[in-house]
Design a binder for this molecule. Structure first.
Ligand SMILES: *Cc1c(COP(=O)(O)O)cnc(C)c1O
Length: 470
């Protein structure tokens, strides 16, 4: 297969758009007329400014959860953006409103959630906000519980909603501690538990299968925050990821998932699903402006946001035509990410300069330079140095990220680490692109050499040079 000829297809999409416009009389004033020299100057400036970015597309960018959308998604987005439909109401985007309903149904059936009520959102934050809002509407007097490793949005949104919340401790693997939850559930009124399916830091999976059993006992609701990990459901049946946890998603009361994370989409595409369509009653409102062209349910009647890009729905719809939600479709891309994480894990196990922090459950690998006999403080300084020199290497940089974890997490596997502080800074790599699978030995080798350089710098006399005043 050759590289996708994005430019050719973009032009083709533009041509087809122009044909479509010809169905109407030419409009007289063209507000898009502008002197080309102005455009060229602005484009020069834009190009220069955009140069100040990390190369998110490159397989040696293995840092944060970020990558460009698939060219297919770009094409779908571009073709639709020329019209700019608004998925708030069928008045604003009849075609893309329908596409949104179809893709949301596709995602719901990936999870086995039938029936469902759901819609796309601008982000995982909004998807989770809607889930917590419904949780609070249904159980206004009880608390929302989430683990200490849950995304910070949950605590913040509970504040926005004036909802009561409880933080559940995580175990040494960064997963919700169900014994701790059980103890708290005996004394507290917990209405909804948020299970994170792929924490943003460690990529850990809260034990959803065990949580379902506790739900039978205590009767709380369960919201799954699968913003990052949800699409890994496609690999569960072949057991490339924890099968029981992903299969349990079908039984959650709501699920948040971000197509703009692992669904190949540009930013602006989250999704919320509810198992009980009757929660739609909480969204009920009237609008003096919209909802007139169709008696069907308008998306704005079941979402908190008003205007939303119809292009987001169309881009996802178009992407799913090319990469359906099956193990061989989108799943084949995810399996390469997962295999990249497993391959790196193997190399880390036998490395003399880097150590594995945790076995990855999805595609986030966490590791650290330095000796497990060092203190948490020394390890933190060393790994911050590795991070800096890897990112700043003038010839051949490698982009990773760093993560602060509780010292108990590192001591679970490496009890000799001295707990001179509560947390320890380690290295973290999100292997979100299938292309990582081809560069793991190179990535690992480079990080090993950065680890050795950092150790020499720290033990040598150059220490003052490399540590700027904090
Ligand atoms: C990314 C993420 C969020 C927030 O989603 P945005 O799309 O960034 O707003 C929430 N929860 C988890 C687990 C995430 O990974």
């Amino acid at each position: 297969m050759t590289n996708f000829p994005l430019g050719d297809y973009l032009l083709e999409a533009l041509r087809r758009h122009e044909d479509w416009r010809k169905k109407w009389e030419p409009a007289s004033a063209d507000a898009s007329r502008i002197d080309s020299s102005v455009v060229e100057r602005a484009l020069d400036e834009l190009t220069e400014r955009l140069g100040n970015n990390y190369p998110f597309f490159h397989p040696l960018y293995a840092g944060q959860m970020i990558k460009p959308p698939h060219p297919i998604a770009m094409l779908g987005y571009f073709a639709t953006q020329l019209i700019n439909p608004n998925n708030h109401a069928l008045d604003g985007g009849p075609a893309t409103g329908q596409m949104e309903k179809e893709v949301v149904a596709d995602i719901a059936s990936m999870f086995g959630m039938t029936p469902h009520l759901g819609h796309l959102t601008s982000s995982g934050t909004i998807a989770n906000l809607e889930a917590l809002w419904i949780a609070n509407c249904l159980r206004p007097l009880s608390s929302i519980a989430f683990s200490s490793q849950a995304h910070y949005t949950h605590k913040r949104m509970c504040k926005v909603l004036s909802a009561k919340w409880i933080e559940i401790p995580s175990d040494k693997n960064g997963k919700m501690d169900l014994d701790a939850l059980r103890r708290l559930a005996l004394s507290e009124n917990i209405g909804t538990v948020v299970a994170t399916i792929g924490t943003t830091g460690l990529g850990a999976l809260d034990p959803l299968d065990g949580l379902l059993e506790l739900r039978n006992e205590f009767g709380f609701r369960i919201h799954a925050d699968a913003a990052y990990g949800g699409f890994y459901r496609l690999l569960a049946d072949e057991a490339l990821v924890h099968r029981e946890i992903f299969q349990a998603l079908a039984q959650c009361d709501s699920i948040a998932i971000d197509p703009h994370k692992h669904g190949l989409q540009p930013y602006g595409c989250g999704c919320i699903l509810f198992r009980d369509p009757a929660v739609g009653r909480f969204y009920k409102h009237d609008s003096p402006y919209t909802y007139f062209t169709s008696n069907d349910l308008h998306l704005g009647e079941i979402s908190l946001e008003c205007s939303r890009a119809g292009a987001s729905a169309a881009a996802l719809w178009f992407t799913l035509r090319c990469f359906p939600l099956t193990a061989d479709g989108l799943g084949s891309l995810l399996s390469r990410c997962r295999r990249a994480a497993l391959a790196w894990t193997q190399l880390l196990r036998t490395s003399t300069s880097l150590s594995l922090l945790l076995d990855p459950e999805l595609d986030i690998v966490t590791y650290f330079a330095g000796s497990p006999d060092d203190s948490a403080g020394t390890l933190s300084r060393l790994n911050e140095t590795v991070f800096r020199i890897a990112m700043e290497d003038p010839r051949s940089p490698v982009y990773v990220s760093i993560l602060r974890v509780p010292v108990s997490t590192i001591r679970a596997r490496y009890p000799s680490v001295k707990p001179d502080q509560d947390s320890v800074t380690v290295l973290r790599s999100c292997l979100m692109k299938p292309e990582h699978a081809d560069v793991i030995p190179e990535l690992h080798g480079k990080m090993e050499s950065f680890a050795r350089i950092a150790e020499e710098m720290m033990t040598g006399k150059s220490e003052q040079v490399i540590f700027p005043p904090q």
